[in-house]
Design a protein around this ligand. Sequence first.
Ligand code: PMV
Length: 319
Amino acid sequence: MSGHASAPGKAILVGEHAVVYGLPAIAIPLSGMRAKAIAKATDYPLTIIAEDLTRPALTIDVDEIDRSDPIALMASLTMQYLGVADIKGEITIRSDIPIASGLGSGAAVSAALGRAIAQLHGANIPAEELNRLVFEVEKLHHGTPSGIDNTVVAFELPVYFVKGGAVDFIDIGEPLWILLADTGIASLTRAVVADVRALTKRSPTLTSRILDEIGSIVHEARDCILRGATGRLGELLTANHRLLQALKVSSTELDRLVDAALTAGANGAKLSGGGRGGNIIALADEYTVDGVKQSLFEAGAKRVMLTVVPQGSQDDDSD
Ligand code: PMV
C-alpha cells in the first residue's frame, strides 16, 4: 500500500488561553497550509523521514518507543489503534505550516502521519479517533492542551470548542476574509500557557474576570458568525486582543501588526494562538483586504496569508 495523506493548519479566531480554563473558543482550519505525509511500501520496518523538521530519519520499533518524541509517539499510538506491532514502509513528512507560530503545525504533522500509517496498513482512521490520538501527542507540545488544535485539524471544519465537550461545528453566515500576518518570532505555547497559569495564581480575581470576559466575547462571536454580522465580529476580535494584552501574552510586534490592520480599515484584529510571537489575524472584506495586507507588510509582517472561510453549513458527519 502507498498513498498521500495530509492535514491543515489552524487559526484561533477567539478564545485562546481562556479555553484552557473551560471557556469556549472558536477556530478555523487553514486548508491552504498543510502538513503532508507520503507513504510508500517497503520491505523494511516503518521509517519516518521529516526533513523539514531538521531531524534524522526515525525507524519505529514498538518495543523501544521514545514517548517524549512526538513523531515516535504518534506512530506508536496509531499502530496500537490499528492493532499491529509491525508495519513495513517509509513515510516522508513535509509541512508548509510554520513551526511555533500558533498555526497548529504539531497537530497537523501528527494527523498527517497517523493517516499515512493507516494507509500503509490499508486502513482509514475516522476523524474522531484521529482527534483522540493527536490529542495525546499535543500533551508533549503544550503540556496541558485544551484539545482545540487537534479537533480543528482532525475534522478540518470551523469549530466552537469547549474542553471536554462534544465537538460543535459552526455554520458560517457570510464568508470570512481573514488575513494572517506573521511576526516571524517563534514562541512556545507551552511556556506562555504556564505564564498565564502563574498569573491566575498571583492575581486570581483579575484573571478570572479577564477569562470570563473572553468567554462572553466568544459566545457573542459565535452568534455573529452564524448571522454573518462581520462588523460586530471584528469589534469582538479587537476586544479579545485587549484582554489578551491584559493577560500579558501579547508583544510589541503583535500589537504593531494589530494596530496596522485596524488603521488600514480591518473590521477587527487580534493575536492568534499562544501569543508573544507567531501570528495575528485581521478580519477584512473583499474591499479592504488589499489595503490591510499592504499595511501589515509595512508594519513588519514577515508573511501575510489570506484565507476565506466559505459561507455554509458544516457536515457534522464528515471524517
Ligand atoms: O497552538 P497555539 O499556539 O495556537 O495555542 C493554542 C491555544 C491555547 O489556548 C493558548 C492553548 C490551548 O491548549 O488551547
